[in-house]
Ligand binder design. Structure first.
Ligand SMILES: Nc1ncnc2c1ncn2[C@@H]1O[C@H](COP(=O)(O)OP(=O)(O)O)[C@@H](O)[C@H]1O
Ligand SMILES: [Mg+2]
Length: 203
């Protein structure tokens, strides 16, 4: 079956091939080649490592099928709609509570997602998180707080009518489920005062 392009982001092309997803980080002409190659390899390997860890803890994320250690990942395709496209017309309080609960699981396993937007979540039977290209391992309250702050910014910009309710529900469940959530939420207040954090992809 031929490959079908399903998405093109700032740093990767996503193809559907035989029911699987191929994520290919393409070269950036404006980067020096040697640096570009290193960066793409590093991000691909890092994303693979995180997906393996998530699989080990049975987290709702795509399974890693193959990794060429260079620029290609083959991952399981998750059927369903992006949360971005359905949040307003669904029981968003329930969905946001689930999002908060799942972020707590990630953080309890020292995984920072790095790009928590509703474009990186797919509703199947449960919510699946995707796009771990900016993810990393950390136990720091600061990193967890920035992760939550990015969730908030994403909700604010894409779901401006309901974002406050959504964030409240996500944080409410997070607080109950995440280890050291008091410290993280305290840190979040400090992060909010400092301003914008969205990491730039493809830079
Ligand atoms: N495992 C997957 N199953 C189904 N769709 C996916 C999967 N991974 C990515 N996609 C689709 O491709 C889009 C872009 O993929 P993503 O990993 O978020 O890359 P980008 O870095 O471009 O944001 C997603 O928003 C989603 O629509
Ligand atoms: Mg994405």
């Amino acid at each position: 079956m031929p490959k079908k392009l399903i998405a093109q982001g700032a740093e990767a092309k996503l193809f559907l091939e035989d029911g699987k997803i191929i994520k290919k980080r393409f070269p950036k002409k404006y980067r020096i080649k040697i640096i570009d190659d290193k960066l793409r390899n590093f991000r691909t390997r890092r994303e693979a490592k995180i997906l393996q860890k998530l699989q080990a803890i049975n987290f709702t994320s795509p399974k890693l099928i193959k990794n060429d250690e260079k620029e290609n990942l083959m991952i399981e395709r998750i059927e369903g709609k992006l949360i971005k496209d359905i949040l307003e017309t669904s029981d968003y309080k329930k969905l946001c509570a689930e999002i908060g609960q799942k972020i707590a699981i990630l953080h309890n396993n020292s995984i920072i997602h790095g790009d928590l937007t509703t474009s990186n979540m797919i509703l199947n039977k449960e919510i699946y998180f995707i796009d771990f290209g900016l993810s990393f391992f950390s136990e720091k309250a600061e990193d967890k707080a920035v992760d939550l702050h990015l969730l908030k910014e994403g909700l604010e910009s894409k779901h401006y009518k309901i974002w406050q309710e959504c964030f409240k529900h996500a944080i409410g469940i997070y607080k109950k489920n995440a280890k050291n959530s008091d410290a993280t939420l305290k840190r979040l207040e400090a992060v909010e005062k400092r301003g914008r954090y969205r990491a730039k992809k493809g830079s």
